[in-house]
Unconditional design. Sequence first.
Length: 282
Amino acid sequence: MKSFELNNKQLIPAVGFGTFLIPNNGPTYDAVLAALKAGYRHIDTAAGYMNESDVGKAIKDSGIDRSEIYITSKLWLQDYGYENAKKGIETSLRLLDVDYIDLYLLHQPYGDYLGAWKALEEAVQEGKIRSIGISNVTVNLWNKFKDGMTIMPVVNQVEFNPFTQQKELRKVMDEHQIRLEAWYPLGHGNKDLLENEIISQLAQKYHKNAGQIILRWIYQEGVISLPKSTNPKRMKGNIDIFDFELTEDEMKAIQSLDTGKGTHNPDDLSNETRLMGLKIHD
Ligand SMILES: NC(=O)c1ccc[n+]([C@@H]2O[C@H](COP(=O)([O-])OP(=O)(O)OC[C@H]3O[C@@H](n4cnc5c(N)ncnc54)[C@H](OP(=O)(O)O)[C@@H]3O)[C@@H](O)[C@H]2O)c1
């Protein structure tokens, strides 16, 4: 597995296994164990996915040394604010059953964001978290929060795939060496994307499937991807992308597919109201 360097000099595996919408108490355990067997060494979970305990159990039972596995989790909005965030971090550590988390993100850019960020910064100083990052942060939201941060985020996890390329955001993030991480790298299974003609032609040329062409393109863009699959064949295939290289013209052909928008707009205030209302515990 190839890695990228983050702005704090730590390394992150370039492709991680996404666990959104995989239930706890079995399915996430099975999926993460299978992913680790298939060769993944980076697992992306979140307090909000309510499957951290299965992720932790699968990692323990895999027999792979903890130090070889990169774990990302995220703090949910309900636990924002300095004091709540300190408790939220402890809950993630307990559910994952680990003594440190490699990367911890603020999942959504609302509420008492900077209070929560301060708790994350302290957890870095205490060795409980190695790197901290942000998610769903647009240029507008970045301008709102950035001056209140002492430690710069290492990543911004946002919707990213050939149809949603975040070009403006990338320029701003690049100024701070904040790497993008791609959620919905395969468009959440979007057929228009997976059956796109340019991508299909490249799949034929390289004897790969459309998902592999997209994930290879994301890798060559310097973006970390987090594909999710519970299908063992696709799970394996999604990390079998390091034995070929797209040419500059092929990279450009995929760049031309950008629509300039995605399925989720964090600047839309109705999202703030909706997400602030989602509770993951009493
Ligand atoms: N920070 C955030 O707010 C946020 C938001 C959304 C997601 N995420 C993270 O990003 C991860 C990825 O997002 P996602 O799971 O929604 O979408 P995704 O990885 O883009 O797509 C997953 C879908 O594509 C299918 N699929 C997987 N590999 C394929 C392939 N090679 N060819 C064709 N279809 C394929 C999967 O079905 P099968 O399972 O049947 O293979 C599944 O239906 C999440 O799991 C989560 O960790 C973060």
